[in-house]
Design a protein around this ligand. Structure first.
Ligand code: 13P
Ligand code: ZN
Length: 272
């Protein structure tokens, strides 16, 4: 299928890449991307599907289009059966409802986490002047495992991960938000995640998974990958020794912040 828009190709590749990382058992995880209508040329868009009302009106998403993964669909099938596993939704002109205009054939529906996706999309669109386009939720093993060991404390999680490799502080210099376990797919989870996204680009849903937001496919996937890589190093380290033997100092972080022009919030740079 050569005629697919470039952004849809990238969306499909990201689904496949996440699958290959082992982040998407069965139908775990979901992805949305805000796409410009002009980029959809070449696709035949339906105009007769029913509008689905949202619990919360999101004014700044009025008229927007999103690529979405389907609820209960597998990331693995995005490449092979995109019209079944994925869809495109259009928001109405007040941001209060959406309808499916492409894909999700055979009665499919957007991800059950659509409330969290749309709220995070709205928060990030506002905060970045439209630069951020992606929200990605995955179930990576190591970061989930850590949420059984540490309390849902964002200062603790951020600092522990930052210590694992310099890439962590460079990739999420604002730190990481953490929420305790909540029922998946709920308005409450969406609401709390949206709040956290005002401060962070990455939010941990304890004992469930991660949600990240970003500007483009590489940076968003890269953020997910970096958090999980840091978590993997931490899990391996904790398996070898009850306490780390050597750790970067607060001064190390300050030197790195200066060299790379990072503004690392003071709350994460406490003396141990
Ligand atoms: P969906 O299949 O509805 O996207 O749900 C997967 C998931 O990870 C819920 O948190
Ligand atoms: Zn999930």
């Amino acid at each position: 299928m050569k005629n697919r828009p470039e952004s849809l190709e990238r969306f499909i590749r990201m689904c496949s890449d996440g699958w290959l990382q082992g982040w998407h058992e069965y139908h775990g995880g979901n992805l949305t991307y805000r796409v410009d209508k002009e980029a959809l040329k070449g696709l035949i868009l339906k105009e007769d599907s029913e509008w689905v009302k949202l619990e919360k009106q999101l004014d700044n998403l009025s008229g927007d289009y999103f690529f979405v993964t389907g609820s209960g669909k597998t990331m693995r099938n995005a490449e092979l059966y995109p019209e079944d596993a994925l869809g495109i939704i259009e928001m109405d002109d007040c941001g209060g409802s959406y309808r499916i205009v492409w894909g999700l054939e055979n009665g499919g529906k957007p991800t059950s986490e659509i409330p969290a996706h749309l709220l995070c999309q709205s928060v990030k669109k506002e905060a970045t002047n439209g630069k951020y386009r992606l929200v990605y939720h995955a179930h990576p093993v190591n970061i989930i495992s850590l949420s059984f060991v540490f309390a849902p404390d964002e200062v603790k999680f951020t600092r522990e991960l930052w210590e694992m490799e310099p890439e962590c502080a460079m990739t999420f210099p604002n730190g990481m938000g953490v929420l305790p376990w909540m029922v998946p797919g709920t308005e409450e989870l969406a609401e709390k995640t949206g709040e956290k996204m005002k401060e962070y680009d990455v939010v941990l849903w304890a004992q469930h998974g991660l949600v990240v937001a970003g500007e483009d496919f590489d940076s968003t996937f890269g953020l997910m990958h970096t958090v999980e890589k840091g978590a993997e190093i931490l899990v391996k380290t904790m398996s070898m020794t009850p306490g780390k033997q050597v750790i970067p100092t607060v001064q190390n972080f300050k030197d790195m912040a200066e060299a790379f022009h990072l503004e690392l919030p003071e709350k994460f740079l406490y003396e141990k």
